[in-house]
Design a protein around this ligand. Structure first.
Ligand SMILES: *[C@@H]1O[C@H](CO)[C@@H](O)[C@H](O)[C@H]1NC(C)=O
Ligand SMILES: *[C@@H]1O[C@H](CO)[C@@H](O)[C@H](O)[C@H]1NC(C)=O
Ligand SMILES: *[C@@H]1O[C@H](CO)[C@@H](O)[C@H](O)[C@H]1NC(C)=O
Ligand SMILES: *[C@@H]1O[C@H](CO)[C@@H](O)[C@H](O)[C@H]1NC(C)=O
Ligand SMILES: *[C@@H]1O[C@H](CO)[C@@H](O)[C@H](O)[C@H]1NC(C)=O
Ligand SMILES: *[C@@H]1O[C@H](CO)[C@@H](O)[C@H](O)[C@H]1NC(C)=O
Ligand SMILES: CC(=O)N[C@H]1CO[C@H](CO)[C@@H](O)[C@@H]1O
Length: 444
């Protein structure tokens, strides 16, 4: 789920298309262990604007995803909540296939569609593969949004909201965005109350029509041949070409939102505006987050030694969990601290004092830099998502090694400047729980 994009992902239990050649080689020769070196990620932008990104890793299973720049940040006041419905509607009827047929169709070829999970054995993928792609594409671009199916979504919207309301973290992070921005990024991932039941089939159609353009999509595959994926993109995703408007730039304003209730655990986030994703400043924030996270993601009592963050680490035995918070978007970012504490000590929420001389010496710093980006890429789903997100945002893919090199370029001064920007920046705060002892943002 993301403010920026929506995506559907198909998982296959076996390979799509071009697996044969690879397999053949794999089982000739004595060793069954002959492994193929994963190839580099290949990226192509088609004339329609569609970005194709893939990596052939010779995995026995393929994963394909369509990523679209059409998250809640693109909603307007008139259609707020429409992306929440779109997420829920991903398995509704498309042109040419009923909801029931879609489930069975994907199932029949051993695929699974995100948000609908099937697992069945696979039989004749080579015969079915075009159909599979059509399903994925149709689910993405050719939904009918039948009025009765859309109104049937209302109970699920309510249930989603009720479940989200049980999470302090979701409440705080949604509230934080709402308070931090005047527009775009202030939109919630959840349909606002006043729109529940008020979003019609027509609104969904309009949003898709205006926002799902080829130039705002990336087709991403893991364990797929790049040429094959390009053909698929040309053949099936060549709809609504043209850039589509890029949407409004988010305007940061800062502010505060409080959700008081009787909960004795107080969740609070205090942030400043950081930097847009992809900038070198964002990398400095990323390193800073890692430094803070490394020293802070522990109970308060045991991290008194972290000189970096003296402000939040007064020695006390009360449970007080602090972690660095960051959110990063194409046009803005948020950076700060997220604390979970007993209501009685929530007054200790404060802005850490960064000291230049206390930023760890270079060796540790480098180690943190190196490890940072490799972590998220360990799972194939994480990798697919990283590839899709980058392909959407920049139309390119930057390998972990390249990112590591860029991080190596981040100097201590850059990190200190990022810290300074956070400390002196206009703050946004969101909190929930028994807030009787929690300071207001202007008191921090
Ligand atoms: C996809 O949609 C087209 C019409 O837009 C339809 O002709 C085709 O049958 C659909 N394919 C599948 C697999 O649902
Ligand atoms: C779509 O998926 C949801 C769960 O993810 C399920 O409750 C719903 O029945 C499905 N709808 C159809 C038409 O299959
Ligand atoms: C207080 O609100 C948070 C979310 O805002 C929720 O998770 C929590 O369960 C609530 N606690 C009580 C006691 O109502
Ligand atoms: C997305 O669709 C909505 C509804 O049609 C439209 O108002 C909005 O301008 C579109 N956003 C972009 C960035 O094109
Ligand atoms: C919040 O906690 C204080 C003690 O710290 C207590 O006196 C007060 O009744 C609590 N308020 C609520 C609404 O639970
Ligand atoms: C690192 O910085 C130097 C000098 O500022 C620049 O020439 C080089 O291209 C940078 N390397 C990377 C990987 O960004
Ligand atoms: C600016 C910044 O620090 N961005 C990072 C925030 O954290 C995510 C992971 O949660 C990274 O992917 C970003 O690079």
């Amino acid at each position: 789920m993301s403010r920026l994009s929506m995506f559907s992902v198909l998982f296959f239990q076996t390979r799509l298309y071009a697996a044969q050649a690879a397999r053949k080689v794999e089982f000739t020769g004595a060793a069954e262990h002959v492994k193929f070196q994963p190839q580099d990620v290949q990226v192509t932008r088609l004339p329609s604007g569609l970005v194709i990104a893939s990596m052939e890793n010779y995995s026995p299973a393929s994963k394909i995803g369509v990523f679209i720049k059409a998250g809640c940040r693109y909603e307007t006041p008139e259609n707020q909540g429409v992306t929440h419905l779109l997420r829920l509607a991903s398995n509704l009827t498309t042109k040419g296939a009923s909801a029931f047929k879609i489930c069975r169709g994907v199932e029949a070829v051993g695929g699974s569609l995100r948000s609908v999970t099937f697992s069945t054995s696979f039989h004749t993928l080579f015969v079915c593969s075009d159909t599979v792609m059509e399903y994925l594409i149709n689910v993405t671009t050719a939904q009918e949004f039948r009025p009765w199916e859309v109104s049937d979504l209302t109970p699920r919207v309510k249930m989603d909201k009720a479940m989200a309301a049980q999470s302090d973290q979701i409440g705080v992070i949604e509230g934080l965005h709402g308070a931090a921005y005047k527009n775009a990024l202030c939109n919630s991932l959840y349909c606002p109350n006043h729109m529940v039941g008020n979003i019609q089939s027509e609104d969904l159609h309009q949003f898709v029509q205006n926002n799902f353009t080829s130039a705002r999509m990336a087709l991403v595959g893991l364990g797929v041949d790049h040429t094959v994926l390009k053909q698929v993109g040309e053949q099936f995703l060549n709809i609504r070409s043209g850039a589509g408007s890029t949407g409004a730039t988010s305007q940061y304003r800062g502010g505060e939102v409080r959700f008081p209730n009787t909960s004795s655990m107080v969740h609070a986030a205090v942030v400043s505006q950081s930097a847009a994703a992809g900038s070198s400043e964002a990398l400095a924030f990323s390193v800073l987050q890692h430094l803070l996270g490394a020293g802070l993601h522990v109970k308060r009592g045991s991290c008194a030694s972290s000189k970096l963050v003296q402000g939040v680490t007064k020695a006390t035995a009360d449970p007080f969990d602090v972690s660095a918070f960051n959110a990063s978007y194409s046009d803005s970012g948020l950076f700060g601290v997220y604390t979970i504490s007993q209501a009685a000590v929530a007054g200790d929420v404060s802005i850490p004092q960064f000291r230049h001389e206390s930023i760890p010496h270079h060796k540790l710093f480098n180690k943190l830099k190196a490890g940072h980006f490799l972590m998220s890429l360990e799972t194939s789903e994480g990798f697919l998502e990283a590839m899709g997100t980058q392909a959407l945002a920049e139309g390119t893919y930057c390998s972990p090694e390249e990112i590591s090199k860029k991080i190596d370029n981040v100097s201590l001064t850059d990190v200190a400047n990022a810290a300074k920007k956070f400390v002196s920046g206009k703050k946004t705060m969101a909190s929930s729980g028994n807030l009787s002892k929690t300071p207001f943002v202007d008191e921090i």
